[in-house]
Design a protein around this ligand. Structure first.
Ligand SMILES: [Zn+2]
Ligand SMILES: [Zn+2]
Length: 264
């Protein structure tokens, strides 16, 4: 049985990821237009009816924008969020399509096992997700001010890891964002920098050497570029004598383009 992943978009202007087995498909977040998400489903040969769930990481608009249109266009889909997040989601979702999970408690959707884990971010109760099938694991961790030991433990055995590489600190500091916004992004409840992303990858790889696909995600439009993120992270890894190759593949999940479909 296959487990597949595709990023429809990743970044501060919208996030949506597809994860599917042969029989079950879920989306993580719905922060780009409904039209783009439905196009993504078509382009990955995913019938709409196959989408059982939309898993919501947190209430920010770049993660929930299209919940109303998707719950209408896919009437059988359920939207999963924790209680605190539901209280803050301003987009209307019909009650019968709402599901509540408890952060940290595993649940199943079809043949997929879903695990949520807390991340530090300025939202009510933000989470990342791992999706597991037959010993294979995909983890998505973005919108994280810093990476806790608990997160390292959770994501270190993922076969495919989408990890935030939001900004290059110097670009942010010297850029045009107002000072309070800079402080918010750099803070413990903000976003992960390229350097911190690279350091997290070093910890994971040194602690648990295995074959991995890494995707850098949630890149800032203002304060990062795919080239800068990739180079900064490769530099950090190489300082620890970690090199990309067969065992470690790193790519960028683009802000406004679909990724390849990765099959584990
Ligand atoms: Zn976000
Ligand atoms: Zn956010």
């Amino acid at each position: 049985m296959s487990l597949k992943f595709c990023s429809f978009a990743s970044g501060s202007s919208g996030n949506c990821y597809l994860i599917k087995s042969d029989e079950t498909a879920v989306l993580i977040d719905a922060g780009i237009s409904g039209k783009k998400i439905l196009e993504g489903l078509d382009r990955t040969d995913t019938p709409r009816e196959m989408i059982s769930a939309i898993l919501v990481t947190h209430e920010h608009i770049d993660h929930v924008k299209s919940l109303p249109v998707l719950t209408k266009r896919i009437p059988d889909v359920s939207v999963y969020a924790n209680e605190a997040t539901w209280e803050q989601i301003e987009r209307p979702v019909p009650d019968e399509q709402k599901e509540v999970f408890t952060t940290g408690e595993e649940f199943r959707i079809g043949d997929l096992t879903i695990r949520s884990f807390p991340v530090s971010h300025d939202a009510a109760e933000p989470v990342g997700f791992s999706v597991l099938l037959d010993g294979r694991k995909i983890s998505v961790c973005t919108d994280a001010g810093y990476i806790s030991d608990e997160i390292v433990a959770e994501i270190s055995d993922a076969d495919l890891l989408l990890l935030e590489a939001n900004h290059e600190k110097e670009m942010l500091l010297f850029g045009k964002y107002p000072y309070p916004l800079k402080q918010r992004i750099l803070g413990d409840e903000g976003h992960l920098s390229n350097l911190h992303c690279g350091e997290c990858l070093c910890r994971i790889i040194n602690g648990n050497p295995k074959r991995r696909q890494v995707l850098l995600g949630h890149l800032s439009h203002e304060n990062n570029t795919p080239e800068v993120a990739m180079q900064a992270i490769i530099n950090t890894l190489e300082e620890e004598r970690i090199f990309t190759g067969d065992e470690l593949q790193i790519e960028v999940a683009m802000r406004d383009q679909m990724s390849d479909v990765y099959e584990l």
